[in-house]
Design a protein around this ligand. Structure first.
Ligand code: PGA
Length: 257
């Protein structure tokens, strides 16, 4: 089954609203009109509006980096799915930095995935093992558990509206990326396999799963030539317009689309 490559830039806690708009404008202008891949920019909450204005009229998607599962209420500092719906297209859920520093659990990830879907947003569901888990040989178990938990009580139709990012925590921001073959195996066997067990092989085959963790223009091809890897979630390198553009172009070329 043909899966359109999907690449997202996770800007994390970087860029003011003005800086983010400038970066988005530069990136949109140099990338031009790309149809062979879905490209999404995920700035901080406060920069979503300025980035939306900067990419107006382009095919670029706009993603938030988190949300709360409740629709509204007394949750100081939180942002809900209905607040993002209709103008944002995507939302990152369960990023390892949120699991590690902000108490995100498998259970809250599941609630957030459901909230995003109920508001018509595409969840970018993140899973991945820590260095300790990797060294203890627990990658398969951890990734399977996180995937299973995130998709608990979803319908196959809802699952098909999500995308997944496999991000080994030891590879994020460390300059020490996984190997293409290693990431492909985890994605194909553990993640696609789990989705298949939950929803059937049709849903699993159609779902786009990308790799994240120290993706650069130099290594993106190694990932994209793998049969089970459909894109990248890019942190540091997405903060440089030329680098992110090179990543998108190489990804498209590698998939021959
Ligand atoms: P990195 O981050 O590309 O800087 O390693 C990836 C991510 O955390 O999504």
């Amino acid at each position: 089954m043909k899966r359109i490559p999907v690449l997202a830039g996770n800007w994390k806690m970087n860029k003011t609203p003005t800086e983010a708009a400038d970066l988005a404008k530069t990136f949109a202008a140099s990338l031009g009109d790309v149809t062979a891949a879905e490209v999404v920019l995920c700035p901080p909450f406060v920069a979503l509006l300025t980035v939306q204005a900067a990419i107006k009229g382009t095919r670029l998607g706009l993603g938030a980096q988190n949300l709360h599962w409740e629709k509204s209420g007394a949750y100081t500092g939180e942002i809900s799915a209905p607040m993002l719906a209709g103008w944002c297209t995507h939302v990152i859920i369960g990023h390892s930095e949120r699991r590690q520093y902000f108490g995100e659990t498998d259970e809250t990830v599941n609630k957030k995935v459901k909230a995003a879907l109920a508001s018509g947003l595409t969840p970018i569901v993140c899973v991945g093992e820590t260095l300790t888990q990797y060294e203890a040989g627990e990658t398969a178990e951890v990734v399977k558990r996180q995937t299973w938990a995130a998709y608990t009580d979803l319908s196959a139709a809802d699952a098909a509206r999500t995308v997944i990012a496999y991000e080994p925590v030891w590879a994020i921001g460390t300059g020490k990326a996984a190997t293409g073959a290693g990431a492909n195996s985890v994605i194909g066997i553990q993640i696609r396999g789990t989705i298949g067990a939950l929803f059937g092989s049709g849903t699993a085959e159609g779902l786009r799963i990308r790799y994240g963790g120290s993706v650069t223009p130099a290594n993106i091809t190694e990932f994209m030539i793998q049969p089970d890897i459909d894109g990248g979630l890019v942190g540091g390198a997405s903060l440089k317009s030329a680098d992110f553009e090179a990543i998108v172009q190489s990804a498209i070329k590698a998939k021959g689309s």
